[in-house]
Design a protein around this ligand. Structure first.
Ligand code: WQD
Length: 338
């Protein structure tokens, strides 16, 4: 069972490739390496003890996709490849709409053309905006996206839903990730942020490694226990395993027209300050941080209700925040030692 993993050399994609092999699937990567590095393939080789097929192409390239579908017996697709920087999407919306929407539509067209049935889409909790009620369930209404990036996720979900409804053989699941963090315990693969990280944990680990002078905590006047934002931080290995469970659930669906959405989080919220202090404790170090003004566009608090993914997909997060922060630091030390 060959699974096409778009963006498979990226952060979540590479960790999912490991779990696919562990589960007996045969991953085929397509990645244009615009936001990933070839070193991820070396890391995968060391973890798996074998090479993984990788096509260095853009999943917006129909000819490249034709070559792959004609050569490889693809039975399913996990679609990670997308631009994902919230701030950049505000500055360059067309780049985001063109890339993120076109790739999804092209893959769905190729699925029809080549009789590929199963599609797992990388969506995001950002589609909920700032929810009224917490924890968020899959029935929590999606709010107008706070960024073009978030809007591309919501629009892609709707495109997939409508295509599945119209094309029986195709079955699909959208996974709404909360905040993926950490790295593979081997420290052979992990997050490789381009330039200055906008996400919290890579900024924390780079500050701890002395690559950044200090970290600013954006806002301490929110309506939360310590005034800092609340998020649901999920270990990337747990998140990767959720994709395997999603494929298994799709394999079980006998008729087409199956489409569903699942929150993939731990079900627990932690504040930024709790994360920073946990990082210091588990790694026995002191971080240079200060409290600063809010970051525009941030939601105050969001964390997942995970009954549906636990009960229907048979998946549950196993790793703790401490595990994630320990693995994130081990990965950063490996990077910095190179
Ligand atoms: C987390 C918290 C910041 C940096 C975004 C996207 C989401 C997904 C993950 C792609 C917030 C605070 C951060 C810093 C800080 N993207 N923070 N100092 O914004 O929850 O989610 O990234 O898949 O779709 O929306 O993640 O890590 O940027 O921020 O205080 O230097 O950390 O204010 O409260 P976010 P994040």
């Amino acid at each position: 069972m060959k699974i096409l993993v778009t963006g498979g050399a990226g952060f979540i994609g590479s960790h999912t490739v490991v779990e696919l092999v562990n589960a007996g699937y045969e991953p085929v990567i397509i990645d244009n390496f615009s936001n990933s590095e070839h070193s991820a393939l070396e890391g995968l080789q060391q973890i798996l003890g074998r090479d993984v097929i990788c096509y260095e192409n853009d999943c917006n390239d129909p000819d490249a996709l034709d070559t792959i579908f004609q050569k490889e017996q693809i039975t399913g697709i996990i679609h990670f490849a997308a631009y994902k920087a919230v701030g950049e999407s505000v500055a360059s919306p067309m780049k985001y709409y063109r890339n993120n929407l076109d790739s999804t539509m092209l893959l769905l067209e190729k699925m029809e053309q080549y009789g590929v049935k199963n599609f797992v889409f990388s969506s995001s909790c950002t589609v909920y905006g700032q929810p009224e009620k917490l924890p968020v369930t899959e029935e929590t209404p999606r709010l107008p996206a706070q960024s073009p990036y978030g809007n591309t996720k919501a629009i892609c979900e709707d495109i997939i839903r409508d295509v599945v409804r119209a094309n029986a053989p195709i079955k699909a699941i959208s996974l709404r990730y909360f905040n993926p963090i950490g790295a593979h315990p081997s420290a052979l693969i992990g997050e490789l942020p381009l330039g200055v990280p906008s996400n919290l944990v890579p900024f924390v680990t780079q500050t701890a490694a002395g690559l950044r002078e200090k970290i600013t905590i954006f806002g301490d006047d929110y309506n939360t226990p310590d005034g800092t934002c609340i998020r649901d931080y999920i270990h990337v290995v747990d998140l990767a395993k959720a994709h395997v469970q999603a494929l298994r659930l799709l394999d079980k669906q006998t008729e087409g027209n199956y489409y569903d959405v699942f929150n993939v989080g731990t079900g627990q919220g932690n504040t930024v300050l709790e994360l920073v202090q946990t990082f210091e404790e588990v790694n026995d170090l002191k971080l240079n941080y200060s409290l600063g003004p809010r970051r525009p566009g941030d939601v105050e608090k969001i964390y997942a209700e995970v009954d549906k993914v636990n009960n229907i997909m048979g998946w549950k997060a196993e790793k703790t925040l401490a595990d994630s922060l320990r693995d994130a630091w081990r990965w950063q030390q490996k990077l910095t030692s190179k």
